[in-house]
Design a binder for this molecule. Structure first.
Ligand SMILES: CNc1nc2cc3c(cc2[nH]1)N=C(N)NC3
Length: 366
């Protein structure tokens, strides 16, 4: 797997991510397909949004249906009918964030399934093997994700363990043309720890680098301040992935600070809860003001869903029709993809600053 830069503007980059399952323009937004499905979306609908890379998840897939079963059925691409590139997260964050009763030791994590309480274990080696079985184009290193906020000593010990686990993940990775593995920068919002983490990961050497430990509830200003020194410290010629981010405004600011790849459950989760992302900010379609609104959701933009009125979507959510979450998830993901395409075009055109001001003014219209 390789990333090639096409254009730069300030810290922002426009590039091409070449993988075994196709080439994707960056910056790119990766819809979350945790359990081998982007919730409420058929694979054709995901394609129609213009998505490039789809995310899968080691933790969820190892529990159900099991990585061996996915491998026996031909791998994730075949099982979920997604011929494009797939990135799988390594499980560490989910074990921590799902609060699955976990016991951490130097070798790995023992935890109980959040589904049935059955005992399981993940190590850098087993997580890497699972992601190989899933046939992920991009494998994430197995890291330890400390609950934040945490004292510096705790962050330091956790980051150092994650770096030892990154080395073990790299050793366990089976290199194949078109496939790659990303290291994950840890260290909370502590500058010294983050820069040490970057140094350790670059010394191991990965095809790309992810920034972890953000998008866990910290204010946007704090996330941007961390990016201001973290992104430029990562290798210029490798893709940078900000995990779990974010809103349209988060992604715009992160692209301007040098980030190339994003994933977030927001647009799909919002689609299921009647929250619509549009070029003029977010709308709550359950609100009675949409009862008779004949306009499409994005009247100023081409969207596959402009054949439907806001009144119709309001009706679907008010009557709990399954089509409501399906159409709105499709709309939100299509908006995220269109936004990324426009941002990329303005990086290439060299006028991203001006376009950012335009976007922010539009979002403020509400
Ligand atoms: C929603 N925010 C978020 N922050 C993350 C941070 C990480 C992650 C996933 C995340 N999602 N996966 C990892 N393997 N490590 C760090």
């Amino acid at each position: 797997m390789a990333w090639v830069a096409e254009a730069r503007q300030g810290q922002a980059r426009a590039g091409w991510l070449h993988t075994a399952h196709g080439t994707v323009p960056t910056p790119t937004f990766m819809p979350v397909g945790t359990k081998a499905t982007v919730k409420a979306m058929t694979a054709d609908a995901v394609r129609a949004t213009g998505a490039g890379v789809v995310l899968g998840n080691t933790y969820h897939l190892m529990l159900r249906p099991g990585a061996e079963r996915v491998a026996a059925l031909g791998g994730l691409h075949k099982v979920m009918d997604w011929p494009g590139p797939i990135l799988t997260d390594s499980g560490g964050f989910q074990v921590m964030s799902l609060g699955a009763l976990r016991k951490l030791d130097e070798d790995g994590v023992t935890f109980r399934s959040h589904i049935d309480g059955s005992p399981h274990r993940l190590t850098p080696e087993s997580s890497t093997a699972i992601q190989h079985d899933l046939d992920a184009d991009i494998t994430m290193a197995f890291d330890e994700c400390p609950a934040l906020p945490a004292p510096k000593a705790v962050l330091e010990a956790s980051m150092e363990r994650s770096m030892r686990w990154a080395a073990r993940s790299r050793k366990a990775f089976k290199a194949r043309p078109g496939y790659g593995q990303f290291g994950i920068v840890q260290g909370g919002t502590d500058r010294e720890l983050r820069l040490r983490s970057i140094k350790a990961l670059v010394a191991i050497g990965f095809e790309g680098y992810a920034i972890g430990g953000l998008a866990v509830g910290e204010p946007q200003a704090e996330m941007f301040a961390t990016l201001d020194y973290t992104a430029p410290a990562l290798p210029e010629d490798k893709p940078r992935y900000l995990m779990g981010v974010g809103t349209p405004d988060d992604m715009l600011g992160a692209v301007m600070r040098g980030v190339d790849m994003f994933d977030c459950v927001m647009p799909s989760r919002a689609g299921r809860t009647a929250r619509a992302y549009t070029e003029r900010g977010a709308l709550n379609l359950r609100n009675a003001r949409f009862k008779d609104d004949p306009r499409p959701l994005s009247p100023y933009e081409p969207s596959p869903l402009n054949r439907y009125s806001r009144a119709y979507l309001h009706h679907l959510f008010r009557t709990d029709e399954i089509l409501g979450p399906m159409l709105l998830t499709w709309h939100n993901l299509a908006y995220y993809q269109r936004l990324m395409r426009l941002i990329r075009a303005h990086v290439v055109a060299g006028d991203l600053e001006g376009f950012a001001a335009f976007l922010r003014a539009q979002w403020a219209l509400g």
